[in-house]
Design a protein. Sequence first.
Lengths: 301, 570
Amino acid sequence: MLRRLKLDLQRNYQAYLMAIPSIVLIFIFCYIPMYGILIVFQDYKPQAGILGSEWVGLANFAKFFQSPHALKVVRNTLFISVYSLLVNFPFPIILALLLNEVRSQAFKRTVQTISYMPYFISTVVICGMLKSFMAYDGVINEIIKIFGGEPQSFLSNAALFPSVIVFSDLWQSIGWNSIIYMAALTSIDPDLYEAARMDGCGRLRQMWHITIPGIVPTMTILLILSVGGLLAANSDKILLLYSPLTYETGDVIGTFIYRQGLQGGDYSYSEAVGLFQTVINFLLLVFANWFSNKTTETSLW
Amino acid sequence: MKNSSLIRFLSIALCTAMVTSVFTSCGSDADENSSEVSSQSSTGASETSSSNQEKGSLYIEGSEGVTLTYWIPIDSTAAQNFSTLAEHPYFQWLQEQTGVTIEFIHPSYEQMEQQLNLMIASKEFYDLLYEPWYPGGPQAGIDEGCFVDLNPYLDEYMPDYKAALNCSDGSFGDWEWGPEKELYQPQPQRAFLEGCTTFDGSLWCVSQIWTDAYLPEAGPVIRKDWLDEAGLEVPETLDELEVVLEAFKQRGEDVIPMNLGNYGCNGLDGSIASAFGLYPSYFTMSKDRTTVYPHAYTQDAFKDYLTLMNDWYQKGYIDPDFMNRDSTSLDAMFLDDRLGIYFNQWTTPDIWEQNYTGEQEFEVVAMPLPRTDTNQQLTWLNSYDSQPTSYTCITTSCEHPEIAAAWLNVGFKKEAILRHTYGIEGETYELRDGIPYYTDAVFNGDQDYLFTCELFPNSTGYCSYRSSLMRTADSDTKLSARAEACLTWAQNASADTNWGYTVFEDDLWGEFDSAYNDALTYADPMVLKFIIGEESLDKFDEFRETAKSMGLDRAQELAQEARDKMAGKE
């Protein structure tokens, strides 16, 4: 083992040399600050510092799980995350597949540009737009009224709130997320398509037997990564859009901590819940990776 | 906000926030003054003056060659005119007069907490810190050797500040304010001393002191031209208001008669709930500050309030989207003839007149807080209380704390007050029989001189709310619409109910905070559901019991406990 490493080092020393700066960088900025996680077990006070603050063990975690709302916010976080995954994962792939079949370059480029434009608008602005679109007297209700429907206040309807978050995310990111699939699609060997045509495959057949298998590795990797982010619902967006009326379905871990910690500036508490989120996400990531390795033989490591 | 951390201060973060944001007008555009602007001592005239001129009454003995560093964010209005406060005419004047050179360090508002924590961690401070919200509270700041207890300097170096702190009958100082003192008679307020003293009796800050508080800065505003068209007067009671709402509703489908605040009961200040004797946004306490009242959500009158709001909501008087609107969209609706009544700050009426986009005539007036009948005396007023605001602490790094103390004290002397409130004699004000009158230069707005109070409201010293109202006026006798608005909102209301401003011991604060927030996470949605009719008001008792058991009872208990301790310290 050691000998093999030595051999490898000798042979590929240039590559290792090039990797050194990034390793050092990651070590300094990601690993060294990690000792700060200690504060989740403390009643952290800046003046006492990380080493001097009082040790409280698991009290911060206990505080979160004893809160009458903990169950609800965890449930909401999971629901919105899973929902978001189910919607936001397949649609960019479908968009990429469809665009791939488009012959007219001009049309294709136009669609691409328009679809990824919202990605570059800041969340605050997006939320401002959403609020005015979905207001009682907003555009969407005007359209509903034209077709004879009853206007309703979308943002105060708890049942609709997760959909508002998820589908506005989709609108915002579908174009951007499809780029990576478009890139994967270009790497598929055109000869394969030709051969398939010779064998009498129509367009759908080609898509099913060539295009999709061609991008499965990319899909798998991205899916694993998004599973890793499952518990990190998009809380800044929710924070900008929710109201007490939508707490029932919209209050996620991030927003709950924001409200709880805002006045108190309770660093340890927020960090503890953050750590809880991260650990769960990490386990999910490991599991997804293992599962994917077993079933598709594609994995991150 | 500035209040970081595990603080003993239940600052009513809200209250401080309100006061600072309204009076400094800075919070919102803070990012304009982004990074740190370090400044040099002021230039030019002052260099020659300090040595040659004879020393005036404000001169501080021993100030020769002393430079103090002052860590203070620069207000966005000031930042448009000066890169550092050292260039500001008031501070240049102050340097000439006192002989003390101030080196300003301007953090941006967002960086303040972080920079303060860095200073605490390294124990290296600037000499003077502006609003340093010490994690753990001011007493911790003193105990842990970061801030200086000002008591030892109070008698010798800060006699004027001492007098200001102890004054509770409104007779601040020994000068006469200008004709604006006729605007209204402020109620006597509690002395500032309590708020500026810690549990252990340390004096922890030099606060800005408002001589004439108790005037609201926010309240309901109404479309006067719509009233005129309907032949109605500005409503004063709930019944009259209902008539007006009905009339507004008749104007068309697009018109929303009234918007409530996001939480359905506070507007900006509980403007309708106050008719029910409620202030729903926080705990309140009795006038003598001994008893913390139960939270408004748990009082019987709150059910009556909800019943009325629900009724109005069903009748279409209230914006169906009130919980989702932000102030920008409300302003837009108001200016676009789509909204009749809503709640806003005092600065707005004048500004709206200019920005009006709709089609008809546009006239807006402030509406007095509605009452149940004309005999009712309201007990809640959205005004601020005698707590430290825009305060400055002296740190242990300061080598000349006595000079720093004397310098901070200057703001409470007559000459300095005249200079920063009224400006330059002969240019912006004139003295008649010793009483300062603003000149037409101020009223016409063609004077280049910018007042410290408006430009830089954070200065330590006396400030006069009436004077700042007066400066917006057209003349000595005609006030601006926004100044009138403040007076209107104060009608028939007294500040008999106080904010529950309470200092907590360290751990209790955290406990209070979680209990209170847990309760609100349950209660706020319920309140909205009651108003829009998603929950029947028959469930009010159940709601009340749940809210109490979820934390409102515990929070009240803790607030009372802390309050008792606070009272015990005096």
